[in-house]
Design a protein around this ligand. Structure first.
Ligand code: MN
Length: 268
């Protein structure tokens, strides 16, 4: 793991830069390095260093240490709970995510995907668990050590009709989750809005926080008239009509590099 003397998320310089990827290449079909974390490449979130995840030298996701001591949140959250939550549960998500990524890489090398549904499920479950826990532990601090800034309260009040109204909705959403799950404040990028959402479990074959880049519709309405029940032929044909310039622009935008490419996806 790269050195993290203080907080692993707050200092971008602690991570190896991924800047070796040429922007022009992002708009082209040849973007292998984006599909997986190249060894030692590090991970920079398009959303800024607060959203970066720590990465080991071999490209696997690392388990970030707590940014405070295990008993720092007492009495609200007890020390033993924090030890179990971070050292066992969080670590299991990290390990499961890396295992899924490794197995999927092996499948790609062999061009054989005998357990694709299982490993995609594992990727979604452990990936969502890992990323949400990275945020969860960073979202906490010892009682009384911070307070909501006036600007933050204003933003939340504007969106939810009051700071306390926001807290009431998040609490109600958390209390009403059926079974295991989460309640969360999120950024909905399409309409640039803050939203409070519930999540039952946390995956449902996705990873929270992912911004869609390239979407393949496999509902029957998308192909049945021509391909009938042979979805595989439709999927094969679909690749021939992908707009790679559009994909490149979306990748650049999601990475925060949008201003550096023109409409054709070529680097200025
Ligand atoms: Mn948890």
């Amino acid at each position: 793991m790269h050195p993290c003397p203080s907080n692993p998320f707050l200092d971008r310089r602690q991570f190896v830069t991924a800047g070796g990827l040429a922007l022009a290449g992002l708009a082209m079909a040849q973007t292998p390095a984006l599909a997986q974390n190249a060894p030692g490449a590090g991970v920079h979130s398009a959303l800024g260093p607060l959203f970066d995840c720590p990465v080991n030298n071999d490209g696997t996701y690392a388990l970030p240490p707590l940014p405070y001591t295990y008993d720092a949140l007492e009495p609200a959250i007890d020390e033993q709970t924090m030890r179990l939550h971070h050292d066992l549960h969080f670590a299991a998500y990290q390990k499961g995510l890396n295992t899924a990524l490794g197995e999927l890489a092996l499948s790609r090398q062999r061009n054989d995907f005998p357990q694709i549904q299982y490993w995609e499920n594992q990727l979604a479950f452990h990936g969502s668990g890992y990323f949400l826990h990275v945020i969860f532990f960073q979202n906490l601090a010892p009682a009384g050590s911070t307070k909501p800034a006036e600007e933050l309260q204003k933003v939340l009040a504007d969106e939810f009709g009051g700071f306390n109204a926001f807290k009431a909705q998040l609490s109600a959403a958390a209390n009403a989750v059926e079974g295991s799950g989460w309640a969360m404040l999120g950024w909905q990028p399409f309409g640039r809005k803050l939203v409070v959402l519930q999540a039952e479990k946390h995956q449902n074959l996705t990873q929270w926080g992912v911004i869609p880049i390239l979407a393949l519709d496999v509902w029957e309405h998308a192909y049945y008239l021509k391909y009938h029940n042979v979805r595989a032929d439709y999927v094969k044909a679909w690749w021939e009509v992908v707009n790679w310039a559009n994909v490149g622009l979306r990748v650049a935008a999601a990475r925060g590099d949008f201003a550096a490419v023109d409409e054709s996806g070529v680097k200025k």
